[in-house]
Design a protein around this ligand. Structure first.
Ligand SMILES: C[S@@+](CC[C@H](N)C(=O)[O-])C[C@H]1O[C@@H](n2cnc3c(N)ncnc32)[C@H](O)[C@@H]1O
Length: 218
């Protein structure tokens, strides 16, 4: 496995996540690029841009775009399914668009290829969307947010694209939103865990097979 770019070490300061999470986002991005999965990269829940910039390191030399969605006013309201602890975070995690731009500069990602949609998801997800998505990073914690994001983008994710849930292990609202979404759509994805909270899956039924090191002919 190749070394991680040194920029990821600097990007930790722009993220609520640790280096392992950022590395996973970067490596998943590298993987979709290597497999030539078509589409742009999307993050919902940006904060100060650390995770977005980590993803950007994976495709900065292509002409794909990065779409970023955040209120920059912190966490939205919770409901009972999110749990009592979650309600204490409403209004917390207020990111700063200027910090996001600095993080993208650390990643040497051109601003001209970044679309920042500032505002609440219920409003900004009504605006024109990327046609195709190669990587979708869902980092907005609550049941309502995760449901809306998956409903909005799932059909735009290319076959072989990756969908990452930052909060699967940590927040029960995120987890329940995932289960309700896949049940509602009749999907049975192979959900991969990475660390305690991050989870991801590759869209499409046959994409989880790994023939490396096997003699079987695919
Ligand atoms: C956990 S933070 C994102 C962390 C970021 N990905 C990182 O690596 O540091 C969640 C973000 O989601 C945003 N957010 C939460 N609910 C939202 C909503 N309903 N609409 C828009 N943004 C929202 C918050 O402003 C916050 O910046």
């Amino acid at each position: 496995m190749n070394a991680i770019p040194s920029e990821l070490l600097q990007l930790e300061a722009y993220s609520v996540s640790g280096l392992l999470t950022l590395e996973r986002l970067y490596r998943l991005g590298q993987d979709v690029v290597a497999r030539d999965v078509q589409g742009d990269f999307v993050e919902c829940g940006v904060y100060n841009g650390g995770s977005a910039a980590a993803m950007a390191c994976a495709f900065r030399s292509s002409n794909r775009r990065l779409w970023l969605y955040d209120s920059f006013q912190g966490m939205s309201a919770t409901q009972a399914v999110d749990g009592e602890l979650a309600s204490r975070y409403v209004g917390e995690l207020v990111g700063d668009e200027a910090r996001v731009r600095k993080a993208l500069a650390v990643a040497s990602f051109p601003e001209s290829r970044c679309v920042i949609r500032k505002g609440w998801f219920v409003d900004t997800l009504q605006l024109p969307l990327p046609e195709k998505v190669a990587q979708l990073h869902v980092d907005a914690d609550w049941y309502d947010n995760v449901t809306l994001i998956l409903e909005t983008f799932y059909d735009r994710v290319s076959d072989g694209g990756v969908i990452i849930l930052d909060d699967f292990g940590h927040w029960e609202g995120c987890r329940e939103a995932f289960y309700d979404f896949v049940r509602g759509r009749g999907l049975k994805p192979l959900l991969e865990r990475s660390g305690h909270t991050q989870a991801f899956w590759i869209k499409g039924r046959g994409h989880n097979r790994d023939f490396s090191g096997k003699k079987t002919i695919p």
